[in-house]
Design a protein around this ligand. Structure first.
Ligand SMILES: [Zn+2]
Length: 127
């Protein structure tokens, strides 16, 4: 009788193992890894007048900065506003910047060079 219980238990155990195979001791990376951002590219600050040349950004006027934040020209010369982005004090833009121009594949994580000093280059506001 006892022997029969042992056999049944052994069978149950092997059945259990068949359904729940032992996990490997070291966790393997999940197949669906979260998107790993590429290193940020630095975008130079355009201090001249008019539109920024390709690969540069320029600050919006302080009165519209809270809406448009900054403008950026993608390396192919398309104008983008960072309206939907947040920009840290270090100039890191979140999320990544995607050029919406048809046929343009510009999609990068960017850092705006000189972002913290953007006000210094703007003409002084009248008080
Ligand atoms: Zn573009």
């Amino acid at each position: 009788m006892l022997r029969r219980i042992e056999i049944v238990l052994g069978w149950a155990k092997s059945l259990w193992r068949a359904f729940w195979p032992r996990r490997p001791s070291s966790p393997r990376p999940a197949p669906n890894q979260p998107y790993v951002p590429r290193p940020r590219i630095r975008v130079a600050h355009w201090r001249g007048t008019g539109s920024a040349p390709p690969g540069h950004w320029n600050a919006c006027h302080p009165s519209t900065e809270h809406i448009f934040k900054a403008e950026l020209t993608c390396p192919r010369g398309h104008r983008l506003t960072l309206k939907g982005h947040s920009i840290s004090e270090a100039g890191e833009v979140q999320p990544s910047v995607v050029c919406r121009h048809p046929g343009c594949d510009f999609h990068e994580f960017v850092v705006l060079d000189n972002w913290a000093q953007r006000r210094a280059v703007l003409p002084a506001m009248p008080h």
